[in-house]
Design a binder for this molecule. Structure first.
Ligand SMILES: *Cc1c(COP(=O)(O)O)cnc(C)c1O
Length: 357
């Protein structure tokens, strides 16, 4: 039996979106593909409130995290670390031979713009990496305010991992001044994994010109050359065409009523928060910084999460235990993308029924 996914990625994919992938194949150097690519990019731009370049990359999100550190730093990186994925970004930087300092927070806390400002004021940095929505802790950091302080430092580019936040929370990319922001398709875009997208500002391309050893597969300049140079709407190597098509359709659906889409995420978060309070649990995230796309719940009642998930599985549902060291200490419920409040209510009622609450 299929288990409906309430885990923070991959998330459940609607039959409609799956259907969008079953289109006849086209050559990736054909006009047919260029149309698919242009449709995708134009609609993604609407959801992200941007007119900047949209990179369509065939990889999981991690690939575009690597692209950021390889292309955007020629001096030193500041990695803001407050959970598993922000820690990963720092490790990607050092694995690529980059100089990277950590601004570290206890898991569960959000990044503080003033700390980032102070750290950047020490000088020597040219890139700061921030995870907008830490999927391991359910924490959303204040992106607009972070972008504001980073903008005070001329030479510094802000790169944002918005993997589980993009298309779940309203991010006004251009108005806030974000240079680089990436996500994969299997989180709030509610599509199968395999494709990643990034907003890439003109500043990023200028920076890449100054960076040696950008690598080959994720060289930002080559993406630009193929999509907005002599050729248009193409990619350097063969893209996951079916997913590019499906992403264009999904973005078009979200863009049809963005206000309703963002509101739905607030409503789903509230529903889970209410349930958490009524059942006597606590939220793991720092107050005021709770994620809009997933809730990380402190297992204050010591329930057997694995056992609960097994019972849920028999009923066709799947939620998530904690990440890494938080495995037994927390559990997580995702509420993003195409998921609806009634589906979430259904999950919570089933948890209650299994636990006898
Ligand atoms: C899931 C996730 C990633 C990793 O994504 P992949 O697509 O598996 O590479 C990175 N960052 C965050 C915040 C995530 O939620």
């Amino acid at each position: 039996m299929h288990k409906k996914l309430f885990i923070p990625g991959p998330v459940e994919v609607t039959p409609e979106a799956l259907h969008d992938m079953s289109v006849p194949m086209v050559g990736h150097r054909s006009k047919d593909y260029e149309k698919i690519h242009a449709h995708c990019v134009n609609n993604v731009k609407k959801v992200l409130y941007t007119d900047q370049f949209i990179l369509v990359g065939t990889s999981s999100s991690t690939g575009l995290m690597e692209a950021a550190v390889r292309n955007l730093s020629r001096k030193k990186i500041l990695s803001v670390v407050l959970g598993a994925f922000s820690d990963r970004w720092n490790k990607i930087a050092t694995a690529n031979g980059k100089d990277a300092d950590r601004l570290e927070y206890e898991w569960g806390l959000a990044a503080k713009p003033a700390d980032i400002d102070a750290k950047l004021s020490e000088g020597g940095y040219d890139l700061v990496t921030v995870v907008f929505n830490e999927t391991s802790t359910g924490v959303m950091s204040p992106l607009k305010e972070i972008a504001e302080v980073v903008a005070k430092h001329d030479d510094v580019i802000l790169a944002v991992d918005a993997v589980s936040g993009m298309a779940a929370a309203k991010v006004e990319t251009d108005a806030w001044g974000i240079d680089y922001m990436l996500a994969g398709t299997q989180k709030a875009w509610s599509l199968p994994p395999g494709l990643a997208v990034a907003v890439v500002s003109e500043r990023c391309f200028q920076r890449a010109e100054e960076v040696e050893n950008r690598g080959f597969y994720f060289d930002l300049l080559s993406y630009k050359k193929y999509a907005a140079g002599k050729r248009t709407n193409q990619t350097p190597s063969t893209p996951a065409i079916s997913l590019v098509h499906a992403l264009g359709r999904q973005a078009e659906r979200f863009a049809a009523d963005l206000d309703a889409h963002w509101k739905k995420h607030f409503a789903m978060r509230e529903m889970v928060h209410d349930w958490v309070a009524k059942r006597g649990f606590e939220l793991f995230a720092e107050k005021g910084h709770e994620s809009l796309s997933l809730t990380c719940i402190k297992n204050t009642k010591g329930i057997d999460v694995a056992g609960l998930n097994k019972e849920l599985g028999a009923r066709g549902y799947n939620l998530s235990n904690g990440y890494g060291a938080l495995k037994e200490k927390t559990f997580r419920i995702a509420h993003m993308g195409t998921m609806t409040p009634p589906e979430l209510r259904d999950l919570l009622l089933n948890v209650d029924d299994i636990m006898g609450w």
